[in-house]
Design a protein around this ligand. Structure first.
Ligand code: CTP
Ligand code: CA
Length: 223
């Protein structure tokens, strides 16, 4: 009963979160993407909802059911993820960039299926907009949290990303380790903010998501 009556730590807060991969079309039948399963982002969306947040989940293509009580907005490309995120982030208290956004898209999208010809071919790619950095650059921005997928020098790259994108917090994971990160049910995170850090040990993504949201809850009131 005490648990039911206790105020939820994030009651009344609005969270916008990106999750999953993006797909960048090359022609009508092919795309560039990555191995993101969306599990971490969906677990965070579910945990935040349980802790009292109103959750807007901006999701790239992934095979996961919408978490209970969460509003899902399905997108395909990085540009769509940016447009949808910007349309939702007004009045948000927290933004979490958990998606594995494709860094590049085809410079020109072919109208028709590309036929094979030479033994080699080249596709010109152009940089995608950065969803997280765009939100962090807004005048009236929410508490902005990024993820960093790294395979080496995790702390150095994570701190660099936090500074460059002007984030309030960054959660780094080592995607080179098997059994955690991309596609797995478990993950471990090294979380950094400008004045400190905390390690969230290897655990199921659902348990880890709750720990991350509680850590964010501690910080948003200080902002
Ligand atoms: N991100 C984003 N939009 C992009 C690229 C990344 O919103 N176009 C966000 C991711 O959701 C994540 C963070 O930025 O929260 C870091 O993503 P990551 O791929 O680790 O870093 P990049 O800045 O893309 O740098 P690099 O891939 O070169 O390491
Ligand atoms: Ca990237």
């Amino acid at each position: 009963l005490q648990g039911i009556l206790a105020p939820k730590p994030l009651a009344g807060k609005k969270l916008v979160i990106t999750a999953g991969p993006t797909q960048e079309a090359i022609d009508p039948v092919r795309y560039i993407s990555n191995h993101s399963s969306g599990k971490m982002g969906y677990a965070i969306a579910a945990a935040a909802q349980q802790l009292g947040c109103r959750v807007e989940l901006v999701s790239g293509p992934c095979n996961l059911p919408s978490p209970y009580g969460v509003n899902r907005h399905s997108v395909v490309s990085a540009q769509q993820m940016l447009d949808t995120s910007l349309s939702l982030v007004n009045n948000a208290d927290i933004f979490i960039g958990c998606a594995a956004v494709a860094d590049y898209r085809a410079a020109d999208q072919a109208q028709h299926k590309i036929k094979k010809s030479q033994a080699t071919m080249t596709i010109e790619l152009t940089r995608n907009p950065d969803v997280l950095a765009s939100v962090a650059a807004l005048d009236k921005r929410p508490f902005t949290v990024g993820f960093a997928a790294e395979t080496q020098d995790i702390e150095k790259y994570a701190l660099d990303k936090m500074q460059r994108k002007n984030l309030d917090m960054i959660a780094a994971n080592n995607v080179a380790l098997t059994g955690q990160g991309f596609g797995a049910d478990q993950n471990a995170l090294q979380v950094f903010w400008p004045q400190g850090k905390q390690t969230l040990e290897l655990a199921d993504k659902t348990a880890l998501a709750t720990k991350l949201m509680l850590l964010i809850a501690e910080h948003i009131n200080k902002k």
